[in-house]
Design a protein around this ligand. Structure first.
Ligand code: ASP
Length: 453
C-alpha cells in the first residue's frame, strides 16, 4: 500500500488535478491520497493558505475582508468549473466558510486554526468528488473521524502517539481515501494545524499508521537537487538519500520536504519517494535508511542566511566548571534558542538565528555575559550564512574537510567558523552572507563537477 501526498502546486488548477487523478489511477496500490490547499499558479499568485491567514487576520481586527473572501472562493470556483463539478459543492464550501466566519470568536487562536485548515479541507472534498465523478471508488475522510489527534499547539501541533493505532484502521477501508493534510484535532475536538507545509507531516503520519510500503510525496521538481538551483545552474539530481542526510539538508535550507515529516517515516523505516506531478516518469529521489555509497563523500550542499554569532572569550575558560551552562542559562533567560556552539580552549561561539535579537536586547546580553561570567571579550557578529556539506560517505573518506576548506580558500572565502557534528554526516561552515553564493559554488565544483552522473 502507498500513501501519496500532493502539494499545493499539484492542485492549483483543474488541469493539475487531472494529472493527480491519472497518477492515482496508474497504480492501484495508491490507496491514501493526502492533499494540500491550492498553491500558486504562477510566480505572482498567492497560496490559498496565505489568503486564509489574511482573511482571519482582517476578520479578527474587526475589518471586513470581502476581497480576500472573494479571491478564496474564486480559486475553488475556477477548479470546480474546470473539472465540471456540481455547483452544490461550491455552495457547500461557501456555506461552511461563512458559518466559520460568523461563529462567535471565543479564542482568536482557535478561530485562526479553523480558518487556516479550510484550504486543505475543501480541496479534499473537491478531489474526492472529482474522483467519484470519474468513476473511482473514493471517499473524503475527516481527520477527526479517522482519529488524527494532536497536541493543543496552534500552528505547531504534534501528533499524539495514541493516534497511530486508531489511524491504522484506515487500512481496511475500501476504495481510495482522500484525506486533507495540514491539520488534526485536539483531544477537546478543536482544529489544530501543523506548522507551515504540514501536509507533508499528515502524509508521513498516515504512512506510518498503515505501515505503507512507501510514502510518495508529489511536488513540482524532478528530484531533490544536490545544491540550490538558484545558486548553481542545473545541479545534479540526488537519486537516493538517507533520512539523516535529508534532515541535515532540510536544516540547511532544503525545503522540498517538511523536516518533521521524516520522524514518522524514519521510525517505521518507510521509504519516502519525492516525485514530480508534472513529470511522473522522472526517477525522483528516494529517502531511505541506508544507501550505497556512490559518487563520493558528499551528497548535497545546503546554505541558509540570517544567522549571527555571540563570541565569548575568557582566559582559562576550559578550567571553569559550569561556564557553558551559565552562558546558556543567560540565553535561556532572554528567550533565545541557539543552533550550534563551536568552542575552543578559551572561547566559545553561540550561533543563533538573528531575527530573535533586537538591538536593545543585544546590548543587555553583552553586558550580562560580561558581568555574570567575567568574560574578557563578548562580540556579536551579524550577517552570517551557514553552509552544510552533507553526506554519510564522509565517515569513510579521509580528507573531506581539507578538500572543502581548500576550495573555499581558493575562492577567496574566509571561513568564520567550522563545526563538524559528532555523527560525521555533515560539516558546517559559517561565512559572511556576501560570500555565501561564491562559497556554495566553489564547494559544488569541488565535490560534484568532476563526478560522473
Ligand atoms: N497549505 C499549507 C501551507 O501552505 C500546508 C501545506 O501546503 O502543506 O503551509
Amino acid at each position: 500500500m502507498k500513501v501519496v501526498k500532493f502539494g499545493g502546486s499539484s492542485l492549483a488548477t483543474g488541469d493539475q488535478i487531472k494529472k493527480v487523478y491519472q497518477i492515482v489511477c496508474e497504480d492501484p496500490s495508491r490507496k491514501i491520497v493526502v492533499v494540500s490547499a491550492p498553491g500558486k499558479r504562477n510566480r505572482e499568485d498567492r497560496k490559498v493558505t496565505d489568503l486564509l491567514i489574511d482573511c482571519a487576520e482582517e476578520h479578527l481586527s474587526g475589518e471586513g475582508s470581502p476581497e480576500v473572501i472573494a479571491a478564496i472562493f474564486n480559486r475553488y470556483e475556477n477548479i470546480c468549473n474546470e473539472l465540471a463539478l456540481p455547483l452544490r459543492l461550491l455552495d457547500e464550501i461557501k456555506a461552511d466558510f461563512s458559518e466559520r466566519l460568523m461563529s462567535t470568536v471565543k479564542d482568536s487562536f482557535q478561530f485562526y486554526e479553523s480558518i487556516k485548515a479550510c484550504g486543505e479541507n475543501y480541496m479534499a472534498w473537491l478531489v474526492a468528488c472529482y474522483f467519484q465523478k470519474q468513476g473511482l471508488e473514493a471517499e473524503y475522510i475527516n481527520p477527526e473521524s479517522a482519529g488524527l489527534i494532536v497536541s493543543s499547539e496552534p500552528g505547531n501541533a504534534q501528533v499524539l502517539p495514541s493516534s497511530y493505532e486508531v489511524l491504522a484502521r484506515l487500512k481496511t477501508k475500501r476504495g481510495i481515501i482522500v484525506f486533507p493534510g495540514f491539520f488534526g484535532y485536539s483531544e477537546d475536538g478543536e482544529i489544530m494545524t501543523f506548522s507551515r507545509s504540514g501536509s507533508d507531516v499528515t502524509g508521513a503520519v498516515l504512512a506510518k499508521a498503515v505501515k505503507a510500503d512507501v510514502y510518495e510525496n508529489f511536488t513540482d521538481v524532478d528530484a531533490v537537487y544536490s545544491v540550490n538551483p538558484a545558486i548553481v545552474l542545473n545541479p545534479k539530481e540526488i537519486r537516493e538519500l538517507t533520512y539523516r542526510e535529508m534532515r541535515e539538508l532540510s536544516y540547511g535550507g532544503f525545503t522540498v520536504l517538511h523536516d518533521e515529516a521524516l520522524i514518522p517515516a524514519f521510525s517505521e523505516q518507510i521509504p519516502v519517494h519525492i516525485r514530480n506531478t508534472n513529470n511522473p516518469s522522472a526517477a525522483g529521489t528516494r529517502i531511505v535508511s541506508s544507501r550505497d555509497q556512490v559518487n563520493g563523500p558528499v551528497v548535497g550542499i545546503a546554505s541558509d542566511h540570517g544567522f549571527c554569532s555571540i563570541y565569548v572569550s575568557k582566559y582559562l575558560m576550559n578550567r571553569e566548571i559550569g561556564f557553558g551552562r551559565r552562558l546558556l542559562t543567560i540565553l535561556e533567560e532572554f528567550g533565545l534558542s541557539y543552533e550550534h556552539s563551536p568552542s575552543g580552549i578559551d572561547d566559545i561561539s553561540i550561533i543563533l538565528r538573528e531575527a530573535q535579537l533586537t538591538a536593545a536586547a543585544e546590548l543587555d546580553i553583552i553586558e550580562r555575559i560580561k558581568l555574570d561570567l567575567q568574560a574578557d571579550e563578548v562580540v556579536i557578529q551579524h550577517h552570517l550564512s551557514l553552509i552544510m556539506v552533507v553526506g554519510e560517505g564522509m565517515r569513510h573518506n579521509v580528507g573531506t574537510m581539507s578538500r572543502a576548506s581548500k576550495a573555499l580558500a581558493e575562492a577567496g572565502v574566509n571561513i568564520e567558523m567550522i563545526n563538524q557534528g559528532s555523527s560525521e554526516v555533515s560539516m558546517m561552515f559559517g561565512v559572511k552572507v556576501i560570500d555565501e553564493k561564491r562559497a556554495v559554488t566553489a564547494l559544488y565544483e569541488e565535490f560534484f563537477a568532476a563526478v560522473p552522473v
